[in-house]
Design a protein around this ligand. Structure first.
Ligand code: IMP
Length: 198
């Protein structure tokens, strides 16, 4: 069995990525298995840069293959915010509830037909000594006027995926895992793994 580290302490992300990699015979660890590692500063200005920083820092420290996910919500009416600042939009430490309140407040006066948004996930796969490999996924949708649903994490309660009436947080885990940005990015990554005989 091969070991791979998920460079994350976000329980929602870890759960989803583990489920999405279920078909592989992998021992999947996360940063909860390495509590001694301090928080990695995400100093990049793009999702790609931040995913690469996380993957390389952890891969070089632990000498294992790493997957890092940098993701977030891009809202058209807010000029792309919260974007790469999604995790800490309402300040430190990360507080999903406060982040959602802040977005809803900023979107209060935005008309129904101007509430378009998308989730983005960029995955960086790094094997120590090799180049970083990226994959990315998107999920289009719109922002609600209030929170709905208890599943998922982050902005799921205020995001309705395109073609749905339920929020991402009202969908079952397996339903989110079919359409999510993370699922799309992992699908692309699995194709790469297959092409490279891994
Ligand atoms: P990161 O850990 O810097 O990549 O920040 C990711 C942040 O983007 C999370 O803390 C959430 O606020 C948001 N986010 C990313 N993916 C999702 C998702 O699948 N659902 C809801 N929010 C998400």
């Amino acid at each position: 069995m091969r070991t791979i580290i998920l460079a994350s302490k976000n329980k929602g992300k870890i759960k989803e990525i583990k489920e999405l990699l279920d078909e592989y015979d992998l021992e999947i660890k996360s940063l909860f298995d390495y509590e001694e590692i301090p928080e990695i500063e995400e100093t990049g200005i793009t999702f790609h840069e931040n995913a690469a920083i996380k993957a390389k820092t952890i891969g070089d420290l632990l000498n294992y293959p790493v997957i890092a996910d940098d993701s977030g919500l891009i809202i058209d009416a807010l000029d792309g915010r919260p974007g790469i600042y999604s995790a800490r939009y309402a300040g430190e430490p990360t507080d999903d509830y406060q982040n959602n309140l802040k977005v809803l407040k900023e979107m209060e006066s935005v008309d129904e037909d101007k509430r378009g948004a998308r989730f983005v996930a960029v995955l960086a796969f790094y094997r120590p000594g090799e180049e970083v490999v990226f994959s990315e996924g998107y999920c289009e949708g719109e922002i609600t006027f209030g929170e709905r649903g208890k599943h998922g994490f982050g902005y799921d309660p205020i995001f309705i995926p395109k073609g749905y009436t339920k929020t991402m947080a009202e969908l079952k885990d397996y339903e989110k895992n079919i359409i999510s940005h993370r699922a799309q990015a992992l699908h692309q990554f699995k194709v790469w793994l297959k092409e490279h005989g891994l």
